[in-house]
Each structure stands twice: as C-alpha cells, then as structure tokens.
Design a binder for this molecule. Structure first.
Ligand code: NAD
Length: 484
C-alpha cells in the first residue's frame, strides 16, 4: 500500500504561544513531520508569536532543539530539517497590548489559508481574538484553533463562546480535542458505519455495557497548582471521555460531514441522564514511599480535588436504554492505557455443557499507548477433551493487513492541524457541544462541593479506589484489567 499525502492549499499558520510547552512538544514536531511527508506547499509558513523577545534565528534554533528532544529518531529519517526551519519566523507579540501586531501583519503572506493557533492560557483567547479582528489580520475565511480547557463550567464556556462569536463565525472556530485526531478514533467510525457486521448489534439488545478507561501512570507533580483548580472531571471527563462516549453512542449521521456528525454527538450529550451520587467515585492517590501523595503534589494539604473518577452513565434513548456506560480515568494508576471496550451480551442459551463456560464477545478499541482494535470471539479450545470454549482475539491489527505504511500514520496533532488548513471541522467540537457537556458536568461538580465530599484515597500503581471496583461488582460486572 502506498500512503497518500493529500495536498493542502498554501497557508500561513501563526502559533500564539509558539515558545510554550505544547508548541515545542506537539505542534512544531507535528508540523515538521508534515513537511517531511511532503504535505507542505512551497510557500507555507509558520510564525511563532509569543511574549519572549527573540528573533527568527533564535526561534529556529529553539524549534530545532525541540524537534530533537521530542521527535525521537524522526529528524534522522527526514534530513530536511533545514528546509522546515526556513519556513519558520518569529515575532514577539503582546496578546494584551499593542506590541508586535503590525510586525505580525507584515509577515503574513498572500497565502490562501490563514490559521491562528491559540496555544496560550484560555484567559488570553478573548484578547487575541479581538486584536486579530480589529487589526485586520483575520479575513472572513481565517480560522482560529483553540486549545483546551474551553471554560471551567457552563457559564464560563458560554461567556467564551459569546466573546469569540463577536469576532468570528462558528465555521471559523476549531476547538481542539486531540483524542478525536487519533487514527483509531476515526477507525471506530469506519468500523461502525462502513460495515454491515457491527451496526445491527450496536444497541442495548446486544450490548451489555461499555467501558471507557483513560489511565495514566504519572501524577500531577510539577503542575499540581494548576491541576488542583481543575480535577479529573473537568480535565478529562468533560472533554476527552465525553467525546469518546459520543462517537460510540451516536446515531449514524446521514453523511460524514462536520455538522451532520456534530449534530449526532450533541444529541448523545443531551440524552445523558444526570449521574446518581452512588454511581460516581472520586479518588486521590496516596503517598508511596518517598513518592508524594496527590495532596503533596497539589501543595494543598486539604485539597478535595479529584485526580480519579469512575462513574456509571445512562443514555436515555431507544438505542441505549438499559445499557450502562462506565467511565474511568485517573493519575498514578497501574499502567498508562486508554481503551474503549464494547462488551456484548452472552448468547441467550448455551448449547454446550456447563463446563464449556459462558463467554461473550468484546470489541476493544485501543487508543494508547498503541492504537488498534481487537475483537474477542469464542472458539473451541483446540485438541481432544470435548467441547471446551476459549476466548481468542480476532486479529484486527491494521499493520499486518496494510503493511508498514499503517504504522506511519500522522499523530493526532498533525492530522488535526492539517484538517484546520483544509477547513474540515468534523473532528473539532462545536460551541453547543461544549456547552452541553458542561451542562451535564456542572451539577456533578456542584453536588460534590455542596456535600463537601472528600475523594477516596487509593494506592499509587493500583487500579483506583476500592469503591470504583464496587461500582461494577454491584452490577455483577467487572472492569477490564488496566494493562498497556
Ligand atoms: P506554556 O506556559 O508553556 O506557554 C505559554 C505560551 O504563551 C508561551 O509561549 C508564552 O510566551 C505565551 N504567552 C503568555 N502570555 C502571553 C502574552 N501576554 N502575550 C503573548 N504570548 C503570551 O503553556 P502550554 O503548556 O504550552 O499551554 C498552552 C495552552 O495549551 C494552554 O491553554 C494549555 O491549557 C493548553 N494545553 C497544553 C497542553 C500541554 O501538554 N502543554 C496540553 C493540552 C492543552
């Protein structure tokens, strides 16, 4: 198979916060890989815009170092680092003042597409949007890309949407959730809607329950002060887990087009029932030897912010009534892994002896650390000794079927940035989606605050608090092992 690189129009991409952590770790190395893949038109240019005072030569040096630090072996695979660096420019811009804006305007070429990536603190989104518009840098077809977090509750998200709407139309606003840029997440849609096999079974008649797990091994050390104001519910559930849930649960859109897909996702969020208090567990990791506890990391010995959440959700619609969705995410857990498991019901009647055991199919969508899918099917255990059943994975490893090119897929940021350049909003969150997600999340967080609820402690390197296990056991179900 030959990997296809779809050409994009010539573009000017401005990265506000172009010297920051995200730009250095993800955005710029991702752009470098697109350059190496031959996807960048000759006149495409990338302009770093940030507070630090430096010239373009110093910026190129900074980016060179970042690519070496964060892009593993890749710079050696693609010798044209110099060619990429030539595309880069830098201008010191004050997001809240006047400095640098004219210089930025002078740097923008006549390239067809103008995209402005806001890789800065959300408190600066409004200031930058206002200046882009008022200083005549953004035409009607310009695009702005916004990093998370998008608000910290419904009111702040609404206020931010309102501010942005003063200067830009919704079709110019790209709210990024990098989980949606993952190859497997898109494959989930291909598998669901491109095959006859799965869709007829994709409902509460055949699906027992669905589990979504996003587990991290790292704690919040180093950014504990920031994280403590957010917590797992705001930082992970309201955006990443909710988006994954939407893609699993949504109805087939009439076409694979941005608003058709986003309309269906929105319907899922709106159909989510409020979560019952007994159906949600919060946790904080305990100290482990000389490793700090969550509260040590958060620098607040009385912090009640959660860095672990497990919950059971219900979607009130015909497709999913009666099928629970279990979500779980946390820090300092056993392994770093993200997966979705669609657990089908057992066969209604077993024709085999009791000792053949009861079995069920599970479709697992692996998102991290490796992307791929696995379908567990039940077969006869090979050899003599009667009919004993065993569950084996039906291999859905794309690399075997598609060859080495399947391994060389763009990462989430690369894909999403190129989607911005192409003007395709399918994998970006629309304003009403974000607001609906907060409208569902807010009462949960408010409930904790009103009750003064303290998260349960769990051992670092474990699967979370005991109560999270009980959440499943109570229903006669079990979490899948946290395994990378
Ligand atoms: P950072 O603190 O490392 O960088 C901030 C950048 O903003 C710097 O380039 C700085 O010069 C610039 N800046 C600050 N004040 C400015 C001003 N007044 N005018 C112009 N530029 C100014 O932050 P980061 O970690 O790169 O995060 C950027 C954004 O991305 C944040 O919204 C963050 O929540 C989000 N985000 C970051 C990550 C990550 O992995 N770092 C992941 C997801 C989302």
């Amino acid at each position: 198979m030959v990997s296809r690189v779809i050409p994009v129009d010539p573009f000017d991409l401005v990265i506000f916060g172009g010297t920051g952590d995200l730009a250095r770790r993800k955005i710029l190395p991702g752009l470098f890989r697109r350059h190496c893949a031959g996807q960048m038109p000759e006149t495409a240019q990338v302009i770093g815009a940030a507070r630090s005072d430096m010239d373009s030569a110093a910026y190129r040096q900074m980016v060179r170092d970042a690519i070496h630090e964060f892009d593993g072996e890749r710079p050696d695979d693609c010798p044209d680092l110099a060619g990429f660096l030539e595309r880069l420019h830098y201008v010191a811009v004050d997001a809240q003042g006047e400095g640098g804006w004219q210089e930025l305007k002078d740097l923008l070429r006549k390239n067809t597409v103008k995209a402005f990536y806001f890789s800065v603190a959300p408190s600066l989104f409004g200031d930058i949007a206002e200046r882009l518009k008022n200083k005549g840098l953004a035409r009607r077809d310009a695009r702005i890309v916004l990093e998370k977090p998008f608000g910290r509750d419904l009111d702040s998200a609404k206020a931010l949407n309102k501010t942005l709407a003063t200067y830009f139309h919704e079709d110019q606003i790209y709210r990024i959730d990098h989980y949606l840029g993952k190859e497997t997440v898109q494959n989930l849609m291909a598998v669901r809607f491109g095959n006859m096999l799965f869709e007829p079974l994709w409902n509460s008649q055949y699906v027992d329950h669905i589990q979504i797990t996003v587990a991290e091994t790292v704690g919040v050390g180093g950014r504990g002060g920031y994280y403590d104001k957010s917590g797992a519910m705001r930082d992970m559930v309201q955006n990443h887990l909710m988006q994954l849930l939407c893609l699993i649960a949504m109805e087939p859109p009439s076409r694979f087009e941005p608003d058709a897909v986003r309309d269906e996702k929105l319907k899922v969020i709106r159909a989510l029932e409020p979560v019952q208090t007994q159906d949600i567990v919060r946790g904080q990791y305990a100290a482990d030897g000389d490793q700090p506890s969550y509260r040590d990391d958060a620098e607040d010995p009385r912090s009640t912010t959660e860095c672990f959440v497990a919950m059971k959700c219900h979607i009130s619609n015909w497709r999913w009534a009666g099928t629970p969705f279990y979500l779980r995410t946390g820090k300092r857990l056993k392994e770093r892994t993200s997966e979705i498991a669609v657990v089908f019901k057992e066969t209604p009647h077993s024709i085999f002896d009791a000792d053949a055991g009861r079995h069920r199919n599970i479709l697992i969508i692996h998102l991290q650390p490796k992307e791929g899918m696995e379908l567990g099917v039940t077969i006869k255990e090979p050899g003599p000794g009667g009919m004993r059943l065993v569950d084996v994975p039906l291999d859905m490893s794309f690399s075997d079927a598609l060859g080495p090119d399947a391994e060389d897929v763009p990462d989430a940021y690369e894909r999403l940035i190129m989607d911005v350049i192409r003007g395709n909003q399918t994998l970006f969150m629309r304003g009403d989606e974000v607001e609906a997600a907060w409208a569902w999340t807010d009462p949960i967080i408010e409930g904790w605050e009103e009750r003064g609820e303290v998260p349960k402690l769990y051992d670092a390197g474990s699967t979370g608090p005991e109560d999270a296990l009980m959440l499943m056991h109570r229903d006669g179900r079990k979490w899948r092992e946290i395994r990378s």
